[in-house]
Write a protein that binds this ligand. Structure first.
Ligand SMILES: Cc1cc2nc3c(=O)[nH]c(=O)nc-3n(C[C@H](O)[C@H](O)[C@H](O)COP(=O)(O)OP(=O)(O)OC[C@H]3O[C@@H](n4cnc5c(N)ncnc54)[C@H](O)[C@@H]3O)c2cc1C
Length: 378
């Protein structure tokens, strides 16, 4: 029996309790429109939510969701600090954020932002442990054999969306970049010199075919991304890096940065045993589909782009704007979806193009100088 059997009005099903799905649920809740979020994870705490997000255009979504004041309370203005260096240690750019600077692009811990959205919803709005498998004739089917009915299905299920296949054959493709994610816990106590070098925000070293990005998180950790550009999808398998042996993996990763200032490779040597390889994929820039009554997509499910600071902002905006469109047409979901998709395709297409250009710049041999020009135009 469907698990919303007997409920009146619970006809909008949102698959995925990420930032986009929750922003949509929140705006619908504010407009007294019933919706249920189905999330495959068993609770909000089951998985670490990763690092910091730079939130700029997405602030509009938080304003529409009535949460902007609470957002500013958890946002880190000093997280906007930026240091850009070359592998030999040359400092190209240092921007320190004054205490009274406007919060134009503050950093926020992804887990804090997700908690803010979750706490703004009634307890029953999110059904944990519901992994979407398929949908047919207005019925959703979940991996545990349960089902639920819907009038409108919103796929907010991220990069590897299963809902996407209902609208398009497009699939994410590798973009020649592989990332190894590292972390140093409690860095102020354990490695104060490295903490001072990284500073309060973003620390970037850009070399030829490699970069190292370190970022201070609100909880005293520094997260590090080692980026390998122009590498194939199977690079992790062929690189010989023994990811199941953290000490040996760190030693191999240091070798990958031979010739770099030892202060930078010290970040790799100081990192914890959690070493996460991540292969980067994106959807085609400007992806669209013919509007189809009863189903739509938002966030990474609709427009997965390189992680250069747009994806979470676009996901939040998608969720809030779809919520507003549904509130404006509560008796005509197809019209609301069409209106939402028209605006979303244009806005996110532009963001995806900009992200692809920035990604291309980062992959180029003279990336550090080109990035400096990007930050200091004219
Ligand atoms: C390293 C990195 C750094 C980034 N930094 C930034 C940044 O600074 N600024 C920025 O704007 N963006 C950034 N991004 C991009 C941003 O993280 C994403 O664009 C954003 O999280 C997308 O939100 P979403 O709600 O669409 O998907 P997600 O946040 O991925 O949420 C999808 C949810 O759906 C659930 N789900 C998946 N499959 C199913 C299923 N079958 N059934 C039920 N539930 C399911 C998942 O468990 C998850 O909870 C970064 C990305 C990466 C990888």
């Amino acid at each position: 029996m469907p698990d919303n059997y007997g409920e009146a009005g619970a006809t909008i099903a949102i698959v995925g309790a990420g930032l986009g799905g929750l922003a949509l649920a929140r705006v619908l809740h504010m407009n007294a429109i019933d919706a249920v979020v189905y999330e495959r994870e068993s609770s909000r705490h089951v998985r670490g939510q990763g690092g910091m997000l730079d939130i700029h255009s997405g602030q509009r979504a938080l304003r529409e969701a009535g949460l902007i004041g609470q957002f500013y309370a958890i946002a880190r203005g000093e997280g906007q600090d930026m240091r850009l260096l070359e592998p030999d240690g040359t400092l190209l750019l240092q921007e320190d954020t004054p205490d009274d600077a406007p919060l134009e692009r503050p950093e926020v811990d992804r887990a804090d932002l997700r908690d803010l959205l979750l706490d703004s919803l009634p307890e029953h709005a999110v059904r944990w442990g519901h992994a979407f498998e398929s949908a047919d004739n207005g019925v959703l089917h979940f991996a545990d054999g349960s089902s639920a009915t819907y009038d409108l299905l919103v796929g907010a299920d991220g990069a590897n969306s299963r809902v996407r296949a209902l609208l398009t054959d497009a699939r994410p493709a590798h973009i020649g970049q592989n990332i190894v994610e590292l972390c140093i816990s409690d860095i102020d106590r354990t490695y104060p010199d490295l903490a001072a070098m990284v500073g309060r925000g973003n620390f970037w070293v850009l070399g030829d075919g490699r970069s190292l990005a370190a970022q201070r998180n609100g909880d005293g950790r520094v997260r590090i991304g080692l980026n390998f550009y122009n590498t194939a999808e199977d690079w992790f398998a062929t690189s010989g890096i023994p990811f199941d042996d953290p000490a040996a993996a760190r030693a191999r990763l240091v070798e990958e940065f031979t010739g770099w200032d030892p202060r930078f490779t010290a970040l790799i040597e100081a990192s914890d045993d959690t070493i996460v390889p991540r292969s980067l994929t994106t959807l085609p820039v400007g992806l669209t589909w013919p509007s189809t009554p009863g189903v739509t997509l938002l966030g990474d499910a609709a427009h997965l782009m390189p992680p250069v600071g747009e994806g979470a902002n676009m996901a939040l905006l998608d969720g809030a704007l779809l919520g507003l469109a549904l509130a404006a047409h509560p008796d005509d979901f197809p019209a609301a979806v069409e209106e939402y998709e028209r605006e979303m395709f244009e806005r996110t297409g532009a963001a995806a193009r900009m992200s692809a250009d920035l990604h291309e710049l980062l992959m180029s041999p003279d990336a550090s100088r080109r990035l400096l020009a990007f930050f200091q135009p004219g």
